[in-house]
Design a protein around this ligand. Sequence first.
Ligand code: CA
Length: 218
Amino acid sequence: MQFLLYLLVGSVFLLILWKLIMSVKNCFLFRATSASLFLVGAVLASAQTNVAASANGGVASQSSVWNAANTPDKGNDGNRNGIYAAGSMMHTNSEFGAWYKIDFATATSISQVNVFNRTESESGRLSPFTVSLSLNGSVVWSATNQTFAQNISDPNPNVSGMSFSMSNILADSVKVQLDRTNYLHLAELEAYEVVPEPASFLALMAGVGVLARRRKSK
Ligand SMILES: [Ca+2]
């Protein structure tokens, strides 16, 4: 269904682009301008989708549940608040290699993983840890022996996240695991893919069309 939508949008876009080129093909300034906007649009007309979120089909599991209030769904509910009392944190028992995993709805090319730690206390329990991506049960990317260090800016002081970047790794799950014995509690675990936004792209090209008409009328 999504493929058909892209095909339809792509066809409309090509038709509009062809008409624009034919109407102002002798205008060098326009061609230079539209080419620049085309490149800008290709960058702007993309968005990141967190495929680990339960709202996007992510299904979470964990090695154990410390308290009934700290079930796996709390780690992918879209709430990054790191205060335990906020009620949006998964929490295992204290055990060696305690883990938290989220299966995606489908295999997806992942470019970024964000790990959000507890903030009001016990944030040191997370380190050292391993974050990994897997496909069909095999690890396809990992960062081991990590010490948590906040590198995500957030206006909410109760949000503390560490971001990991990778080059579009095809995976169907993301996992955080302690490299020692301790409790594992995360406010949120996210995994992002970059997807095109045809609607934004067409809006941009509509702006190009207006520009073309203005230049042609001069
Ligand atoms: Ca949460």
